[in-house]
Design a protein. Sequence first.
Length: 361
Amino acid sequence: MCDTPTGTPEDVTGAAAPGTSRRHLLQSALTAGRAALAVGALGTARPAAARAAATGTAAGGDRIVVLGLDGGPKINTAAPPLPSAKPALALVAGGSTYLVDCGLDTTRQLVRAGLSFADVHDVLLTHHHLDHTSGLPGLALHSWTTTPARGDLRVWGPPSTSRQVKGVKAAFGEEVDLFESGGGFGAFPGLRGHDVTIPRRGGIQRVLEDGNVVVHATRVFHGPEVEDAYAYRFTVKRTGKVVVFSGDTAAPDAALIELAHGCDVLVHEAQDNDNVEKIVASIPDRAQAAALRTHLLESHSNVADLPGVARAAEARTLVLSHYTPLPQPPSVYLAKARAAAERVGYRGRIVAPAELDVIAL
Ligand SMILES: [Zn+2]
Ligand SMILES: [Zn+2]
């Protein structure tokens, strides 16, 4: 393991060397917030207001707020506890909110969760699949025009992140000008992208550090076409708690296991491989169907493999996220994960949240 210090704002350390993606082989107790769905407590739909209220009770404490769990680029309109919001997770530490990914619904989910835009300073993108990024324009713009408004916002992610953020500013320049000149919103706050570059050979890279957290990243395998997919590890300075977000990857990923070693919470994407053929069968074009099957099976993580990852990483708690390939209640994922945990001897806690659930640290 090695740590490399943060580099320049626009291009954070390291050179992008050519190469191919590779398939990696294989303390405190975490207390679930009132809204968190833990082992044995899943599958019950709660009104959004009730979830929001429960979220509010955790205000002030360090926590994970689950904003969006619906993996994949297709929009669905499922009702809770089925996922429908595109992927985004918030880590609240020391009063600041750090976003991991920014799917389409992120801005509205932040409001529903009772989180203030004024506390969001950093967004970390795991990769450039659009289910993780398409909410960026909405967040950048509406968090300026909603009270309390955001301040400066930094967006960190794999190469092309800075270009993407510049593109947002360029594409909405007219809209920004109009509300800067009228409407009472004041000057558009700072918005800056930072390319995080990790060498092809891998390793663990420091991304950012502030008064609350230190964030490290590593490469994970997410299919041969995705050259840059990252997992992030947050270390909360005040408490020493460590939370790792897998991003999208195919379990077991050895680099992720190294990054997550000894962590308090491992948030890992979860796919129900038993449903892969169902979604494949729904696609009339045989070539497209075959391509989807390949992508799902080679680039994502069967939920049954995740307790083994958590065991290898010695993670105290495993939190499932990014449910694919079809909407179904979190309880289904939990049951499969618990059965696998029995088989591999993982004794940590397993949490299968619904959207807007809170996991206290
Ligand atoms: Zn995804
Ligand atoms: Zn992806």
